[in-house]
Design a binder for this molecule. Sequence first.
Ligand code: BGC
Length: 371
Amino acid sequence: MNHTVGRRAVLAAPLFVSLLLSGCVAERPTSSRKIDPSNATVGVSMPTKYLERWSRDGGNLDRLLKEAGFSTSLQYADNKPDMQFSQIQNMINQGVDVLVIAPIDGTMLAPVVDLAAEKGIPTVAYDRLIEATEGIGYYVSFDNRTVGSYQGQYLVDTLNPDPQKPKNVELFGGSPDDPNAAQFFGGAWDVLAEHFESGAFTSPSGKVPTSPDGWKQIGILGWDSAQAQSEMQTRLNSFYADGTELHAVLSPNDSLALGIAQALDARGYKVGNNWPLLTGQDADKANVMNIIAGKQSMTVFKDTRKLGERAFTMVDQIIKGADVEVSEGKEYNNGKKDVPTYLLDPAVVTKDTYKEILVDSEYYTEADLGL
Ligand code: BGC
């Protein structure tokens, strides 16, 4: 392995103070391969362009890298792990200097990341961790566990749990092959478990995890909206057709929330009458419009501009052989190593806050949201 994270760098005093204040430390890349910044190429591999967030992610990062004078090779893999594997292999063969990868499957890419490391090409895992490889250099993401805990906390705060008045809550998990999905569910479950135990919350479908990996049984492969819709339809038909009230649905992200909302619509649920609470993540346009219409209660916003900027900064620091800033004490273990990680903070968006958080910051214009 040519590129590994080495010893903590000795920092000049002013930089040290400012990094300490921001909770960051610096890691010095010890790549044996010197990159010429005036002639550097960055390979960017994204899961799919058909989910709004990834197409924004890819576009933002590509633009920042080009503006800095780097060449780029940006590829989307249509949510197909095999395609992503061979796209990255090709990037390595074409001689990219750094890889930025948002994996579709958390573990499947380990061999190709190892290959990159053997050739001295550093890899940054973007948003999702790449597991089971020592070859990975860095990870940049939002605090995934906090995302889940915000979703769970929203339900707790809004439903006022009371074992004397049990509330019906249906649970969904993300894609079982995505390591983030475990974090999202874990964060939500940290908050929700005690209320399922006390009887304040219950799931008429019985789809409640009974083991740490149990969430995978309620996971929706590929984060697919249509599958989430059909799963919700089945639960509504089987457990709620007799008029049983549905109070809330824990959805880990917006693509699932869209499918769930469609199932509720199709079954005749009405906002202001019997529409349940519904969580999400990403602040995709269609979901923010659903929030405005009362069909989704909240989403967790992960500003892809900030993620792109931080990924860009990491790549820039790697290419220039500078110290790479990471968050102190926030390493993620990928089964093979503690990966130096930069974590960003997510934010809850509701009907009351979307203007301030999304429109004032120019993430969306009012026209984007049909206002
Ligand atoms: C990302 C989420 C996204 C989901 C589906 C996760 O790994 O962190 O933001 O909604 O994948 O693409």
